[in-house]
Design a protein around this ligand. Structure first.
Ligand code: SF4
Ligand code: SF4
Length: 427
């Protein structure tokens, strides 16, 4: 099969780009690099030339193709609405088919992320290494550079890793309220399970407080990391596995507090566009998915708050919530209804924070420039609490406030709600 033929189905999409350049003004990467190859227009021109056989897919194209945040800002500012984020993923898929994929990523996407027990063993090993100072030794020896040139610097983004994950502790929670009003599936994302398990605790506690019975599904990774790196086969395989598992749970609604998981689970039909049987099944599945604020905004607690916050609270829009799912009002509705909360809008609240999955690890320096802008905006409003709905954003923003020396607390909305209605602190 020729290089061009793999991408031919998106030819009409890339050809919609009229080369106006409006995307330059909103692309966080172009803002830093000023390199035409890294903006939407550049990506679409490259892919078009590839299909037309006027350009070779080689390592020269790797950097521009893989440095895109997939943030969708360009799509919002593009008159013909060219789906550049999807075109870039297809370009990456073509790249790994032609040039190859690092063994570590192949193993992650095909062996670890689909098998959460196996994944847990590796993350726990990493956590013991990090928490015991072994990573300092590895840094001194230069071993971390094997994972990428910026990896040793990026290692500080996460202060400590838990060794007990949410799934290990799920049995400790009372999951059935006395008189449940409804039963929902709970999709546990990898970021919350392995890095921020206290956020999952908050979500589950709050659902139970609301009389909702969350059934914790034995799901695997949603597949977004694999898809983002262009490994669509691995993403499809995880999607099939998750649909099998969640269909067996037998619920009408599946809730996840991870904006990125929600977005990708809703996008499962796109993985099966060429498979009519699976497409219909994925469409039924995706209609059941609800993100946290999307689910809770019209099921707000009516009980008296246990704690009055009296805090100035703001909100950062995760790209996978505001642009991928169009969910903008729901989190704000929730926050403005919370007792004691004085809501203030964050300037450029929908500007990507620079985390973009593992972007902050693989491309630390660029990611920090984007994060610095977010922190400058945060300083302007002097908020006590910065909320969001995505684990990558939570981790990155936490690092941002530590780095900038700010006293602002970073919380998922479910943590803030738990603190107000159940009086528990989940930091
Ligand atoms: S804004 Fe859209 S049409 Fe204009 S150059 Fe960028 S991608 Fe092309
Ligand atoms: S998705 Fe984001 S980073 Fe990528 S080209 Fe568009 S605006 Fe730039």
């Amino acid at each position: 099969m020729s290089e061009a033929s793999q991408l031919r189905s998106i030819y009409d999409e890339v050809a919609k780009c009229n080369k106006c350049g409006f995307c330059q003004a909103v692309c966080p990467i172009f803002e830093i690099t000023k390199d035409e190859r890294s903006v939407a227009r550049g990506h679409n021109v490259h892919i078009r030339k590839l299909i037309e056989g006027k350009l070779e897919l080689n390592k020269e194209l790797k950097d521009p193709l893989f440095e895109c945040l997939l943030c969708m800002s360009c799509v919002d500012n593009c008159f013909p609405s060219v789906q550049t984020h999807k075109n870039v993923v297809r370009g990456r898929a073509e790249y790994i088919k032609r040039v190859g994929q690092p063994t570590i990523l192949r193993s992650l996407f095909h062996n670890l992320l689909p098998d959460q027990k196996k994944m847990a063993k590796y993350v726990r090993l990493g956590a013991y290494g990090k928490n015991s100072g072994m990573s300092k030794l590895a840094r001194a020896l230069g071993v971390l550079k094997w994972f990428g040139k910026d990896f040793d610097k990026a290692e500080g983004i996460i202060e400590r890793l838990p060794t007990l994950f949410f799934r290990d502790r799920a049995g400790d929670f009372t999951l059935a309220p006395e008189n449940p009003t409804m039963r929902v599936g709970y999709f546990l994302g990898c970021g919350f399970n392995f890095v921020l398990p206290h956020v999952s605790e908050s979500t589950v506690n709050l659902l139970v407080h609301q009389g909702i019975e969350p059934v914790i599904a034995d799901n695997c990774c949603c597949g977004l990391p694999a898809s983002s790196y262009g490994d669509l086969d691995a993403a499809r395989s995880m999607a099939r596995k998750n649909m099998d598992i969640l269909e067996r749970v037998g619920v009408d609604i599946i809730v996840t507090e991870c904006a990125s998981c929600a977005s990708f689970l809703k996008d499962y039909p796109e993985l099966f566009e060429d498979d009519p049987g699976m497409l219909a099944r994925a469409e039924r599945f995706s209609r059941r998915i609800k993100g946290f604020s999307e689910f809770i905004h019209d099921r707000m607690p009516t009980t008296e708050p246990t704690k009055i916050m009296q805090a100035k609270v703001t909100y950062h829009d995760p790209c996978h919530l505001c642009r991928y799912q169009g969910i903008v009002n729901e989190p704000r509705t929730v926050l403005t209804r919370l007792p004691g909360v004085r809501y203030v809008e964050l300037p450029e609240s929908d500007l990507c924070c620079g985390a973009a999955g593992s972007y902050n690890i693989m491309r630390y320096e660029q990611s920090m420039k984007i994060l610095d802008r977010k922190m400058e905006n945060l300083k302007k409003i002097e908020a006590d609490i910065l909320t969001t709905e995505c684990p990558s954003c939570c981790i990155q923003l936490n690092y941002g406030v530590r780095r900038a020396g700010l006293a602002t607390r970073v919380m998922h909305i479910s943590q803030l709600m738990e603190e107000i209605y159940l009086g528990q602190s989940c930091d």
